[in-house]
Design a protein around this ligand. Structure first.
Ligand SMILES: Cc1cc2nc3c(=O)[nH]c(=O)nc-3n(C[C@H](O)[C@H](O)[C@H](O)COP(=O)(O)OP(=O)(O)OC[C@H]3O[C@@H](n4cnc5c(N)ncnc54)[C@H](O)[C@@H]3O)c2cc1C
Length: 502
């Protein structure tokens, strides 16, 4: 078999270095050469600091020491996202990492909980989540199961991720990858030459140097110089579903307690993120320029940050959507060059990680047969579409009518796939997980209940269980959770002692 021996990655942002690290690890005992080239003239985007749990697994797979990583990237732990003002002004809800409650008599916890609310239970769905129980109290430990321990614990239902400094992560992965043999070149790609069959042959840098390769990975962010510039793959625009197209990022000094969650606070025409790290806090506002000017957006952000600004506000435009094909010929797009879904659920780094892992699993030979690329594109399509629908859910279900933006959100078109999911949920609260849907039913239930969406009824099959016994299981579980969490360390104390362990 004519294996691909020479892989060229263009772009040295989070996507480029995550891709390099993964391929260097997977191909470490082969003859493959991986080269990463990035431009001294084009800065990385420098945002992207909230993550989701599969990234923790990914770093373990790479063999990265977690304590070392947390220390060197100034990371903190993340258990959830707190959504404030999304449905009604002054109210909030949580989207947890991990499970909520546990199945009872083989039926989903949500169904038992929903039935109990009809009988007077005032606790919210996510009150039964171990991640939320910790998040609300600013407490944290890595649950025993996630540390590979056998110990039984009610906290084992929680999973976690990190908040980290994007620049430090890129530096960390640069060091990691170059140690594994990745060749790093600094240079601006100026032209791209193709073979007769349409495959990329070589890149020419501004200084005249040429780089040949068997396979090329486009990690050039919004420039997309390979996948769009050379391969001509079109971008599928999803702004009619997800109209956000602009953001401001601003770093501030830490202020107040270090919370183990991302804050997402809705404003009149967009939403604000707050990401606490060890050494500073990342803040930003995401909005749609149809509804407000840059000046209004900046004023809103500045009025709602705490802590002294450390940087100038940075405006970033983006278009929500995805490449029609992520993989074409001998070129694959990962990171922002492949698409972007706005940062509401911190899914961009995840999608790039999924992409590179899937690519490694499907590693082609030099022919890069179309069937392999087609299957890869099919899988990544489902990943993207499922996440897209989940993000739309946060907007289209709002009850806010205090601004044109929120009124429009209630009337905007939604994809058929989401309408069908909502119709299914409406009828007895049932959700069925698609293959490759990142978000499991507890995530969908958390957002649906948080946004005040209720089914017509609960699933009648839960009537098989004894109602009093179920209530007692739920009450005992909650009491156990509360007691357990009380004994945990505060989040910041845990971070400090954890990063001292290296
Ligand atoms: C407002 C905002 C908030 C976000 N928040 C999150 C979040 O919380 N969580 C999350 O998971 N994701 C988030 N993202 C997405 C995340 O920032 C990106 O997915 C991630 O940073 C990857 O970017 P990238 O590496 O694809 O592109 P970039 O960081 O833009 O890197 C592009 C690279 O390509 C190189 N390059 C460009 N042109 C050339 C050329 N001609 N020759 C050579 N090299 C070239 C540049 O030098 C650079 O190294 C956010 C995005 C935005 C816009």
């Amino acid at each position: 078999m004519d294996s691909i021996n020479n892989i060229v990655i263009v772009g040295g942002g989070t996507a480029g270095w995550t891709t390099a690290a993964c391929l260097a690890r997977v191909l470490q005992n082969t003859n493959s050469q991986i080269t990463l080239v990035d431009s001294p003239e084009v800065a990385t985007i420098g945002v992207g600091e909230a993550t989701i749990p599969p990234l923790v697994e990914f770093m373990r797979f790479l063999g990265i020491n977690e304590q070392d990583f947390v220390k060197k990237t100034q990371a903190t732990f993340k258990l959830a996202i707190k959504f404030t003002n999304w449905n009604t002004l002054g109210e909030h809800y949580w989207h947890q990492f991990g499970s909520v409650g546990a199945d009872i008599d083989g039926k989903d916890f949500y169904q038992h909980w929903y039935k109990s609310t009809l009988n007077g239970n005032k606790n919210t769905y996510t009150d039964y989540s171990p991640a939320i129980a910790m998040a609300k109290e600013n407490k944290f430990i890595i649950p025993p199961a996630a540390q590979g321990q056998q110990q039984q614990s009610i906290l084992n239902g929680a999973t976690y991720a990190w908040h980290f400094d994007a620049l430090l992560v890129a530096n960390y992965l640069t060091e990691f990858s170059t140690k594994l043999g990745v060749k790093h070149l600094r240079g601006h790609v100026e032209s791209i030459e193709k073979h007769e069959n349409g495959f990329i042959k070589q890149l020419t840098l501004k200084d005249g140097q040429t780089i040949t390769g068997d396979f090329f990975i486009d990690c050039t962010g919004q420039k997309a110089i390979l996948i769009e510039g050379a391969m001509g793959v079109e971008f599928e625009d999803w702004q009619h579903y997800l109209p956000m197209n602009r953001s401001i990022a601003l770093q501030t000094e830490n202020h107040g307690p270090s919370v183990p969650y991302t804050e997402s606070t809705a404003h009149e025409f967009g939403w604000q993120w707050r990401i606490p790290l060890q050494h500073r806090t990342g803040n930003g506002l995401v909005f749609c320029d149809k509804y407000c000017s840059d000046e209004e957006a900046l004023e809103t952000l500045m009025n709602n940050i705490s802590g002294k600004p450390l940087t100038e506000p940075k405006f970033i435009s983006f278009t929500t959507g995805k490449r029609k094909e992520l993989w074409k010929g001998n070129c694959l797009a990962l990171g922002l060059s492949s698409g972007f879904l706005e940062p509401l659920e911190s899914t961009a780094i995840h999608l790039m990680m999924k992409g590179v892992v899937k690519f490694a699993e499907m590693l082609p030979d030099k022919r890069c047969q179309q069937a392999t690329a087609k299957e890869f594109n099919r899988i990544m399509d489902i990943e993207y579409l499922s996440i897209r629908d989940f993000i739309i859910l946060h907007y289209c279900t709002t009850s806010r009518t205090d601004s044109q933006f929120w009124r429009d959100c209630q009337n905007m078109p939604i994809p058929d796939s989401l309408s069908e999911k909502l119709a299914l949920f409406k009828n007895q609260g049932r959700l069925f997980r698609n293959e490759f849907d990142l978000f499991t039913p507890p995530s969908w239930y958390a957002v649906l209940t948080g946004m005040g969406i209720k089914p017509d009824n609960y699933d009648r099959l839960v009537d098989i269980s004894d109602t009093k016994q179920v209530q007692s299981i739920m009450d005992n579980g909650l009491a156990n959770l509360t007691n357990t969490v009380q004994q945990l360390p505060m989040h910041l104390d845990y971070v400090k002692s954890f990063s001292r362990l290296t």
